[in-house]
Design a protein. Structure first.
Length: 335
């Protein structure tokens, strides 16, 4: 079968079409025909060599498809089931030990940019009923990160207020989950067109952060000087100070990414202490989180937002597009 691999030293120019084999499943394993992938910021930094990756590694953490064969003692899956991969197969539920967060697909282990895989059952969950394979492929990293940030860690309640940044995959999922839970959502963007699309998805307020440099103060104004209960922080050190300004006393700030860059002059320690803020890092989520998210998507009929799809052989182009085009929603691979 075809598999998209990367040569050392890792770079987008060193991605190539290779081959691989998917053996017959053994006890507790399933064989899956991969139909779709999605692309994440994490995949971009792996492919650029910013995270360790072995020579010849198969890329991408997200994969969706259908079961074509099952091994002995497999009770949860049958041939024909639509499934979606898990980001941390060893993290089944509850607190995650460091040992459960290693060997994630597309980095520490082979990923899903290929046509077939044979993996242990824990590497997959059922996909939501009613979604296409491409839509399901968006859930593994971006969808679950947003779910973990707001629902599992944040304990989001109806009537709460949420700030999301931009229109990438995690932020749009956070907007959708927050609205489904009955929250008020404030979204930031630098594009008037994207601001209108965010409103269409349910954003109650939008702020153009390019025009409003002190957008944290603008959030305070929109909330009557109180601030928001939850911040989905994807910008990183360069946006954290504004997020803290926007936050309510005792607010939960889910620290997820650094799409605005890693450099920062100083940690705004005084704001953390004065507001009693809860900063919590998010490393996607557990298999149990994913099962819960799938059930919620089925109940609320949430549809993932797809920006554009590429062919498997166009993986390098898809990663470049993810990096440079600032997509609205998810960039996907149609296997």
């Amino acid at each position: 079968m075809k598999a998209m691999r990367i040569r050392a030293p890792a770079s987008l120019d060193n991605i190539y079409v290779g081959t691989a084999e998917a053996a017959a499943p053994q006890r507790g394993e399933i064989k899956v025909r991969i139909r779709a992938n999605s692309v994440n910021f994490r995949d971009c930094i792996v492919a650029a060599g910013h995270l360790p990756v072995a020579d010849g590694r198969i890329l991408l953490s997200d994969g969706a498809g259908e079961v074509v064969e099952v091994g002995d003692e497999v009770m949860d899956f049958k041939v024909g089931d639509a499934v979606v991969s898990t980001f941390h197969p060893a993290w089944l539920d509850g607190h995650a030990e460091r040992s459960e967060l290693v060997s994630s697909p597309g980095g520490g282990a082979d990923g899903y940019a290929c046509e077939f895989v044979t993996r242990p059952m824990a590497c997959f969950t059922h996909a939501p009923k009613g979604l296409t394979h491409i839509e399901s492929a968006t859930l593994t990293c971006a969808g679950l990160t947003a779910w973990r940030a707001l629902i599992t860690d944040g304990h989001l309640k109806p009537g709460a207020s949420v700030l999301v940044q931009g229109s990438g995959g995690v932020s749009i999922f956070a907007l959708q989950f927050a609205k489904a839970a009955g929250a008020t959502v404030i979204a930031t963007s630098s594009s008037a067109e994207k601001m209108e699309r965010l409103k269409t998805l349910g954003a109650d307020h939008v702020i153009n952060h390019r025009e409003v440099n002190q957008w944290g103060a603008a959030v305070l104004s929109l909330t009557g000087g109180i601030g928001v209960d939850h911040v989905v922080e994807v910008g990183g050190p360069n946006t954290l100070a504004q997020s803290m300004m926007a936050a309510r006393t005792g607010a939960h700030i889910a620290v997820i990414g650094a799409v605005a860059g890693f450099a920062v002059d100083a940690m705004p320690f005084a704001a953390i202490q004065a507001k009693r803020l809860r900063l919590q890092g998010v490393t996607v989520g557990s298999r149990r989180d994913q099962i819960d998210m799938v059930h919620a998507i089925e109940a609320t009929h949430i549809k993932p937002v797809i920006d554009r799809s590429f062919r498997l052989e166009e993986l390098a182009e898809a990663l470049r597009y993810q990096q440079s085009a600032h997509p609205f929603g998810k960039v996907c691979i149609d296997v």
